[in-house]
Design a protein around this ligand. Structure first.
Ligand code: G6D
Length: 348
């Protein structure tokens, strides 16, 4: 009988007078998923390898480090991932002005987004063993309606991490959550030697504020073509003449295959397959990581460009200049769950 997944809760540290807890799940293979109640942040994904267990996500020494910079490292993102032009949402003909936290844009749910909240965490029981439930009543963020949010994190006996976002609101609102996980599957400071495959033939055209214009661009014969496993160092080098000097783009994923993307490291033999029930994937290669303000454990207290790569499943925004929010609308009292899965593979 396969040993069930076990969950434990421990104290991590304090943030602004609040106790921050760490909740962990471990399966019989020795894989561990850990979360912090600050920002429903994925703190560790530990996989067993020949040379010991390896953390494949970026993390900090302290809770305060997570909010000391604008990079949302491994944090839950919501109510809406991505950027909202002029911070204005239009629902039922009504315009709501949201707080703007990137010039005139609202980024990642604004200044009171999911990442900035302290969530209630608890271990719950499921058929395959323990799971982690993070819950929070999202109010005061400027969005319509009070939103009760639950995020259920699971680790299966066969090494699949599941994240299920469930929300209900007291008024028609918008909901497009994601997890801003920075993966680094190798033992190096950067992801340059890692390979990426994305099942997407187009990216969204973005304006100078990184707002989707509504136009899609074919990736064929461009540095954005990851339809076959592609070396990230080479792809990033092809972006050297751009202002971004790397990727920060929205891929229009084909949902005809189980996985929408796969990241792998040829040396550690670790790979992560991304599964999603939505049509968009943001990829950001940490181009603007700074030397200071980033007390990252991997690089002993500093941040380095390309230290990790985010793969953020979400619903493609039609909004942009079209102001159409129908794709991410959540009607009053409606429940519209979204799921992300990380399929872990490694060599023991
Ligand atoms: C930068 O433009 C990028 C975003 O996509 C990313 O989410 C953020 O850094 C952390 O603003």
């Amino acid at each position: 009988m396969m040993q069930k997944v076990r969950g434990i809760v421990s104290d991590f540290d304090e943030y602004q007078g609040h106790k921050i807890q760490k909740l962990s799940l471990t399966n019989a293979n020795g894989v561990t998923l850990s979360l912090l109640t600050l920002g429903a942040t994925i703190y560790e994904i530990m996989v067993p390898t020949k040379s010991g267990t390896h953390n494949i996500v970026l993390n900090y020494y302290n809770s305060k480090d997570y909010l000391a910079n604008p990079f949302y490292v491994c944090m839950a993102i919501g109510r809406t991932a991505g950027r909202i032009m002029a911070g204005q949402i239009v629902l039922n003909g009504q315009t709501t002005q949201l707080p703007q936290n990137e010039g005139t844009t609202t980024l990642h749910g604004g200044p009171e987004g999911f990442n900035s909240q302290i969530w209630q965490g608890k271990i719950i029981q499921t058929a395959t063993g323990d799971a982690i439930e993070m819950s929070h009543l999202q109010t005061g963020d400027g969005y319509p309606g009070e939103m009760q949010v639950k995020i259920i994190y699971t680790l299966s006996p066969d090494d699949v991490i599941g994240i299920k976002y469930i929300a209900t609101s007291t008024a028609d609102t918008v909901f497009n959550p994601t997890q801003h996980v920075y993966f680094n599957l190798g033992r190096e400071d950067t992801i340059a030697k890692q390979m990426l495959k994305i099942n997407a033939a187009h990216i969204q055209e973005l304006d100078q504020n990184k707002i989707p214009t509504g136009k899609q661009i074919p990736v064929k014969h461009t540095p954005f073509d990851f339809q076959q496993p592609t070396n990230l160092g080479k792809a990033i080098a092809e972006m050297n003449n751009t202002t971004e000097k790397g990727f920060d783009d929205i891929f229009v994923v084909n949902q005809d295959q189980k996985l929408i993307a796969e990241l792998s490291d040829p040396k550690t033999k670790i790979s992560v397959g991304i599964e999603s029930d939505r049509n968009g994937l943001v990829m950001f290669t940490a181009n603007s990581f700074t030397h200071d303000q980033m007390n990252l454990i991997r690089t002993k207290g500093v941040g380095k460009p390309y230290e990790g790569i985010t793969l953020e499943p979400q619903t493609l925004s039609k909004a942009g200049s079209t102001r159409d929010f129908s794709a991410i609308e959540l009607k009053k009292g409606e429940e519209k769950p979204y799921t992300i899965k990380y399929h872990l593979h490694y060599k023991k």
